[in-house]
Write a protein that binds this ligand. Sequence first.
Ligand code: ADP
Ligand code: MG
Length: 395
Amino acid sequence: MKKQIKDFDLKGKKVIIRCDFNVPMEDGKITDNTRIKSSLKTIRYAVNHGGKVILLSHLGRIKEDKDKEKYSLKLVSDELSKLLKKKVKFINKTKGKEVENAVKQMKEKEIILLENTRFEDLDGKKESKNDKELGKYWANLGDIFINDAFGTIHRNHASNVGIASNLPSGLGMLVNKEIKVLNKLLKNPKKPYVIVLGGAKVSDKLDLIKNLVKKADYILIGGGMAFTFLKAAGFSIGSSLLEKDKLSECQKLLDEYPEKIILPIDIITSDKISNDAKTHLRFINEIEEDEMGLDIGVGTIKVFKQYLEDSKTIFWNGPMGCFEYKPFEEGTKSLCEIIANTDAYKVIGGGDTISAVTKFGFEDKMDHLSTGGGASLTYLEGKKLEALDIIDEKE
Ligand code: ADP
Ligand code: MG
């Protein structure tokens, strides 16, 4: 078992917490603060136990100097402060004298947030390539390292693996909970166990299907990824999303698990993705050449409902259609409702899927929303999580 924040005496200690504040932003505003909210428990715990709390996080990708303005953590610091009802001191640097002085002057229960760790990527990708010196530098700012950034736990970065290699380390409450939930899905899930997959890219989900298909009773497939499967099954898919190089893998899965993999029987199509798009309901053998499939149809929703109704465990990742647009939201919205109304243990994974569940108002009906898209998928694919492996084991 990995050490947790609760296994440390934090009083008077400088506690570095790696958070996941990688929130979506638009026009200088945070559009979804779920990730900030999920970090509060661990931060509060560290503060209440007398820690001097130093927060680190990445935000977006930093490729050139002008990305810095868009991806500063300043807004996150304001939002965090508001949610915590407590001052969060923001230092707009990732290292240097200003950072070191601020840390030196800290008193118990104070919180500082440093600037976006990926600002260090401008200098030879030091953060993302886990530059040894950078990890050591950040580690030297603190006494204890807590990793609570589930979204990057599958990555080998300076701000997670790098720091953990140089300090006593443990897991924050969010990461600990996430791992517990995912272990439930991987080891002895209550049956029937139904997995719902959607989203744009089938290539993102094939390894997941391969690892979970043996554990699950059914895998229901919607969204853009369904079309490579439908094409592999012999249907014409018009100009819907297709990953040609994945056709044979999809074909093989369909051959091997014909009773487990359930595909749509009807589709909402259109010639454009917009709020004023004209739509058609088509059976999957009726899709026309110039049409794109952009949502699942009513028949599919009914079929999926039958599988979901009696299930005892549900894992859902990937919207059923382009739910961001009104004409293509019905499939995703209906699935939210159907899943919410089952008495199964319900886990939702993936940034866009969580946005959808939240948008349609069903977030409180689910048992767990897993904040780390790629991280949860990597774990569910049966692969190791680098920044989890490096954390100290309980003695
Ligand atoms: P998550 O972030 O939950 O893991 P993904 O990133 O895999 O989900 O997929 C989300 C995206 O998939 C959404 O932006 C949605 O618009 C898109 N999508 C869903 N269905 C389709 C479709 N039929 N064609 C094109 N894009 C789709
Ligand atoms: Mg996504």
